[in-house]
Design a binder for this molecule. Sequence first.
Ligand code: 5GP
Length: 247
Amino acid sequence: MVNVTYQNQNIKQESLKYTGKAKTVYTTNDPDILWVHYLDQATALNGKVKETITGKGALNSEISHLLFDYLTRKGIENHYLKKISATDELVTALDIIPIEVVSRNYASGHFVSKYAVTPMTKLEPLVQEFYFKSDALDDPFINDSQILALNLATSEELAQLRRVSQDVNQLLHALFEQIGIGLVDFKLEFGRTATGDLRLADELSPDNMRLIDTLSGKSLDKDIFRQHSGDVTVGYRDVLNRLQQVI
Ligand code: 5GP
């Protein structure tokens, strides 16, 4: 499939723009639209560990579709345009800001290893951290003054990244709570439109958020892969099935 219709326009997939760890991105005949394909691939340790997992691409594509749709209805401006197949979507072409915004409701992952706190300690207020998006440097932590000095974003944009991440946290936390899932932490990425407006970008899936079953405490996200504790697709399918009951 290399051709689809979007808003009465014929969109053709053109050249490969970017190969990510779990997605490939293509340009299209419309310079404002990109074509994203989700891969059946899982990576850990910034790509050093890689594995093919059949069905993962379709699960992430559908979960991301449902979550972006939900956030759009709640007024969060984002890049998502249209789901075009089980594993593909169209998004607005953005100038991606090379900052990963991590939000943490509970201590887990690097927060536990860095600060030696008890796993799942409730974090209040919400912890927000910035990381410089660079595989070569292993996404190092970066603070506001470093971001400003490196011209990665303006102080107004930083304030917006924090505000929108907080809004997304409130919305997703409440949504997952309804289906017995705890939102532990998550990573967001943002980009600028041609007119300089900020939009939420990337994907929203268990690849970039930690989700636990509230009753059992079991991981339903990429920690299953990181910790070799079972079949990733079982956790992801569980998340999808529960989401489909409420959105
Ligand atoms: P941590 O800093 O504890 O490793 O990760 C915090 C949260 O951000 C987790 O939900 C994790 O999945 C997400 N995250 C952090 N860095 C990355 C990254 O480079 N890629 C992806 N997909 N998620 C990330």
